[in-house]
Design a protein around this ligand. Sequence first.
Ligand code: NAD
Length: 259
Amino acid sequence: MALDLGLEGKVALVLAASSGIGRATALRLSAEGATVVIVGRNEAKLQEVASHGANIHPVVLDLASDAVADLVPQVLAAHGTLDIVILNTGGPTIQPFVDATIDQWDGAYRMLFRPVVTVARAAAVHMAARKTGSLLFITSTWTKQPAPNSCLTATFRAGLSALVKLLSLELGPDQVRVNQLMPGTTATDRMETQISGRAERNGTSIEAEFEKSVAAIPLGRWARPEETADAIAFLVSDRAQYITGQTIAVDGGSIKTVF
Ligand code: NAD
């Protein structure tokens, strides 16, 4: 018998869904029969995503803006409920700590942290009242194993990791599950930009940096965003009903620690 994820008829909100992992996740949830609200800044890109699935509803919004506070009320007004939230964001610039300006730290907070907390809080209130729901934070393997030049992402995401565990404790009694997925190196626009940045910084070629990144991954290749989306769909589904407060890496084995 096929594994039914039980996502049919659920309402899901996916942040930063116009490309990469967010896009693949929206399409996977839609293919499983969920109604999916997708959020991004570029209307044409969101429409392109929506054209590939059923019941996908774009909301054009800059997640770093104050308008993010209206997002959950808007979803509830349009769809009546909210079962699943994928707390995904864009990633910040990658650079040495000494080069990162205080403005960039402020910007990273506004992009990586503030919208996640704002949306999680509004969704948690609704989900706790209904005694059901799933929040999934998308962070990075750098949360657990920081790499040089990852100060902006590793630092804020470590804070989100603490929040995931804390929320699983506070919201567990209301049957709201809270988990974190750490993508490893995944073939998205972001990764393409990072590889060219590394080549420039190190005075090497894009090909050399690509080979170096692959050599550090036990499975010997980058992830496809669709593979990450498969894990996300499982974690927010009814087949993961006893999983909460957990951090799962989809990284081809890149993190080398036992726990
Ligand atoms: P991506 O660049 O392909 O997609 C990110 C999306 O976020 C883009 O569509 C972008 O337009 C959107 N976005 C950025 N800022 C926004 C804003 N202010 N408002 C609304 N939308 C905004 O990136 P991805 O590779 O899919 O990464 C998704 C997340 O996963 C990021 O947070 C990234 O740091 C993390 N991650 C990615 C990798 C990887 O190898 N790709 C590895 C570890 C962690």
